[in-house]
Design a protein around this ligand. Sequence first.
Ligand code: NAD
Length: 254
Amino acid sequence: MFSLKNKVAVVTGSGSGIGQAIAALLAKQGAVVHILERNKEAALKTLKIIEGTGGEGHVHSCDVSNQEAVIRTFNAIDKIDILINNAGIAHIGTAENTSEADFDKIYQINIKGVYNCLHACIPLMKKHGGGRILNMASVAATVGIQDRFAYSMSKAAVLNMTLTVAKDFIKDNITCNSISPARVHTPFVDGYLAKNFPENQEEMFEKLSNTQPIGRMAKPKEIASLALYLCSDEAQFITGTDYPIDGGFIKLNS
Ligand code: NAD
């Protein structure tokens, strides 16, 4: 079960955190993994992890917000069985204090970046008989997180792109689903705490952990396990669905 032998996967933003864990697991299960990253150094670290477990990976320096670069990169890969749209950035702010520049940046990466990869990948998947698409949304998409106005908006767009793509290409043997994690302990979280709470990082880490009723953050590996399942042949019947993985955040907090 869950073998990805002879499959080719593209994982965007896989130089760090969740994307890195997904890339490593897919490669361990036999997929050839293409690491699409704007940070080449980070991508090379992921490649090292993949090669360390005997897997095959390839690094592509690519900013997902640049359509021309994305199309060029996807066309060079050509046959793609699995696309994981994971690259994304966070932002803190309300509708009142979010600047136009920050709003545009979130749009460019979290929304247009996903669109660019879909736009480039779907014709290739159609040409080769189908494929699996998995988008990284967030619990913010459905509940809206306080002080995360632009970020929540962007993840709601990801959720909706998932639904329309699932409908539009079901006849082409392309499935499209999304994962909505609550907080996951990645370098992003550590960087956020170091920058914003240098005096009381531990206390804030506890606080963020406890926003999940289960009392901790997810581990990137746990998100990767769900991603593996959704990309495997075992999940062929699943499309147009969002999977919260949230330690009870959505259903148990109210
Ligand atoms: P991370 O910051 O650890 O890693 C993101 C990676 O994406 C980085 O390596 C970065 O270089 C890359 N990236 C960013 N912009 C890019 C671009 N324009 N083009 C190519 N690569 C780019 O983040 P993470 O915490 O692993 O998050 C991954 C995804 O999961 C994001 O979409 C995020 O919104 C989502 N998510 C994260 C959490 C969480 O708590 N960490 C929760 C829910 C959803």
